[in-house]
Design a protein around this ligand. Structure first.
Ligand code: FES
Length: 150
């Protein structure tokens, strides 16, 4: 399977690249499968709405495209809704990802969860997302891949 036009667009013109200097939360995660890393910073309004999000990804094209898409998807969302965005949702928004590349999208969704928890921690609040899967050494991102290889 080749990449969709949307993946190529977000890869070639990634949205929201960079770091928010006065960020309210930041998250950095590594992909246990390939060792790629992603950092995301977020700005959060008093009502828990994400006002801005930026990312830096040292990774493959799919990781860059999914990171770009996640920063677009979370803007304007409440943190409670943003952490529910799954790697499947991100892939769907990109019109699909090759099965072998699905694990790349955990970087973006996990990075966001870490950033939201960082924001909550700074405000003395309980974390929302629970255990971040990719931080678990026994987690195998390939286990929950259900796509057909084609
Ligand atoms: Fe590492 Fe895609 S191969 S994130």
């Amino acid at each position: 399977m080749i990449y969709s036009e949307k993946v190529m667009d977000h890869f070639n013109n990634p949205r929201n690249v960079g770091v928010i200097s006065d960020a309210d939360g930041s998250g950095e995660v590594g992909n246990p499968v390939c060792g790629d890393i992603m950092k995301i910073t977020i700005k959060v309004n008093d009502d828990d709405t994400i006002a801005d999000a930026k990312f830096q990804t040292l990774g493959c094209g799919a990781a860059i495209a999914t990171s770009s898409m996640v920063t677009e998807l979370v803007k304007g969302k409440k943190i409670q809704d943003a952490v529910r965005i799954s790697k499947r949702d991100v892939a769907d928004e990109l019109d699909g990802l090759p099965a072998a590349k699905m694990h790349c999208s955990v970087l973006a969704t996990d990075g966001l969860k870490v950033a939201v928890d960082d924001y909550l921690k700074k405000h003395g609040r309980e974390p929302l997302s629970g255990v971040i899967k990719s931080a678990d050494p026994n987690y195998n991102p390939h286990e929950d891949e259900d796509e057909e290889e084609d």
